[in-house]
Design a protein around this ligand. Sequence first.
Ligand code: GAP
Length: 540
Amino acid sequence: MDALVALCKRRGFLFQSSEIYGGLNGFWDYGPLGVELKRNIREAWWYDNVTSHNELVVPPGAPSAFQMVGIDSTIIMHPQVWKCSGHYDLFHDYMVDCRETKKRYRYDQVQGRWVEYNGQRIFVATEAVGEEAVADVEHKALRFFNLRTKEADRLVWHSPLVSLTTVEDFSQVLAPDAKTLGTLTPPREFNLMFKTYVGALSGEENVAFLRPETAQGIFVNFKNVLDSTRVKIPFGIAQMGKSFRNEITPRYFTFRSREFEQMEIEFFCRPETSRAWYEYWRQRRFNWYISLGLASERLRLRDHSPDELSHYSCGTADVEYAFPFLAPGDFGELEGIAHRGDFDLRSHMEGKLIRKGNELVLELGPDGQPKYRGSGKDLTYFDEETRERFIPHVIEPSAGADRAALAFLCEAYAEDMVPDEKGVPTKRVVLRLHPRLAPIKVAVFPLVKKDGMPEIAQRIYADLKPHFNCFYDEKGAVGRRYRRQDEIGTPYCITVDSQTLQDDTVTVRDRDTLRQWRIKVDDCVEVIRGLIRGTYTVPG
Ligand code: GAP
């Protein structure tokens, strides 16, 4: 992971936000290559789900044909949206503060071990994970009891690593960065929505929130989309864009950021077909990551157990990836696919709902009136064919563009040995990114900077440029130029050499197989297009 983080900075994929001022925790900037990678992910998602979707045919595994449209709603919406959706009351994490160090931790992310020395039993806490956590806890316990490393066997361990949430009394807890015991406050709720003020006045009545998800922008536009287009159920509305969460402990590079991008679909269907649609989307979204190169055993699709489900959800599955920064065996969420029933449309019609037994009912305030009133607008759907009116059920595939980018980078990063120009095996760093995602699709080199080779290479570059993001390089040994492209994931390199001057052919080099073959100069655009689409077969 350290090597990948260093590569991301060195080659301009990711920078810490406001780095020259010391950075801002939980915020990341994408550099010249990173922005291309993330755009390619977003474009692949939009193209595969919206633009290229053919509503006239039944896709494999789908219960029927369906329509897909997109929207782009605002980041700041009416505050009532968040009251009715439940985010205002419920979108929080628990935090604990350390009175000694003034540091803040997410309650469920602190773990530790019970340890005893000389009759004193304490809980030593850490924010680290996996083997690092075990080592960190031992180091802290030794320091607390004033012992040297070689005296470690005098510590008596009473538990494996367990969550702080299992500890009832904090008086014997040594906080992750503290020197004394009992410095942690009891856990408190912390709402993750960023607050802001709309207009010149900063009173409570002007409070608004930066959206913590793009989904609500879709629900509140459900009727607009129905009324302005000819979509019929089943159909999906897609949206991608920035979301903001004031995460207590942003960490793991971009994995948990405070500003990030989501790619969400709300798919509206008849209640009785919703289970089949849920199964369809669950599998389809999993397959999407595989099709773009997350094909290893590090990717999995995991169904939530009933106690993990939100109060409104009838089923949720997560697409997860075993990021290298997680403890062995741990997976991090890339996307959640949730069956949300009619919760969202009902909430925006009636007001905030709560679960009572098996029912979702309107939550009432102390005065017996709805705690948060809905819009009162009719968000039901009238089916012209069956002459029925109903509230559609919703399936929500909700993905994160930044987490996807991070997973694709982690999966792509490799170090291998390849022969240099003299045939001597040398170490190379390579990003085996899928050609659709690679920031640069093709690099063009003249073998040497003479004999008219640069002129031909520049002509090829000019031909390719309107079609693909490409790169021209004439400096240094060609082997070194290949390595620089391998390191940033460029799948193909075209080289003009002395044979080009005779027969108008160039070599194409494949990043992964290292195969080189010759093609006609005039065929460069079509060959590269075919290679990216997977429709071109390498000869021989
Ligand atoms: N509308 C449902 C929803 O927002 P979520 O599981 O909270 O569900 C969906 O978020 C996706 O957004 C996650 O699977 C993840 O990819 C991304 N995401 C959520 N919080 C994030 C964060 N703090 N940093 C980066 N990505 C995040």
